[in-house]
Design a binder for this molecule. Sequence first.
Ligand SMILES: *Cc1c(COP(=O)(O)O)cnc(C)c1O
Length: 391
Amino acid sequence: MAKNKPDLTTLKAETRLVVAAREYAEHGMVNPAVYHASTVLYPTVKSLRDESQAYSYGREGTPTSRAFETAIATLEGGHDAAVSPSGAAAISTTLLAFLKTGDHLLMVDTTYHRTRKFCDGLLKGLGIETTYYDPLAGSDIAAHIRPNTRVVFCESPGSQTMEVQDIPAIADAAHKKGCLVFIDNTWSAGFYFNAFAHGCDVSIQAATKYIVGHSDTMLGVTTCSKEAWPQFKEAYLLMGQFAGPDDMYLALRGLRTLDVRLERHHRNAMKLAEWLRGRSEVETVLYPALSNDPGHRIWKRDFTGACGLFSVVLKPTSRESVAAMLNGLNLFGMGFSWGGFESLVVPFKPHRTATSWTAMGPALRFHIGLENPDDLIDDLKQGFERLKKTS
Ligand SMILES: *Cc1c(COP(=O)(O)O)cnc(C)c1O
């Protein structure tokens, strides 16, 4: 790296992915060291007392954690970021940092299922009320905001059903009423949707997915605006959050190739989505990058790309036929999580309370990996043959 630190604000997103946080590497290395650290030594009593040392204790940050967090804050366009041991931990820590007993939370109806469970379980037990809102609410969100509403939580596109939210409209209405706006930004990997430029105060990601990108590490990260950061960071430290150094290193390593991986995921997913859309067994493909998707207009306005995750609603068929289709697939694995190099498929039934899911046929969520899309199509073609034979 050049001796002078480049001014990141003048650089394009792809370049920022490559150069961000490189100042944490030492001795001419390109990458930072993986610091396995709890104890940090102080040379003098004075240095202990005046707390002037950059690093004080393992949990409070190492060059490895600061490199990853700084790179994420740069990617997301936020003020600063802090790592958690999973995406779920990042979400719960962030909500607990801003909500207290008596507060009200507005949660998008299409939220990740664990986030819903956290709100209906632990937050409810603490006397924090959650109500769910229609992901397509836009500025109508104002009607749901109460005097004690502290946070409006978004996730766009929505988990499983892929509704694209009008984040600028929601953020504008929420800010007018003094609420903070959080987003689960995992689908865009923080690269295809700039949460802060669209009005969010906090962006949370399951780095487990595309940032890590290789299905081998659990990690979460929360990025905040300058105003939201102090309250978040204080609670984060009080809750004792941190993560393992090897995991943080793998996430930083993944980040460097995020652009090229996402570009291929997007291209492959488009090819598969278009092919699926043309199949007689398919009712609809839910993928905002498709020109006829209901969320396409806002996606095109606010996003710069699409990842490899989309859903499909099949025409009504039996559970056995769906099982016959999926059981025999060779290239599509069945499993949760996504964002790795490999293709996946899982059947799902959305849990909705503010809206209703009216599709008649079974729904499948696909993650399109980095395989050649023609091989993936062949695998699915044979799957549809099995589906037809058993229906
Ligand atoms: C996977 C996921 C999470 C949870 O992340 P973990 O790292 O698995 O805890 C949260 N939000 C979304 C949208 C996810 O897909």
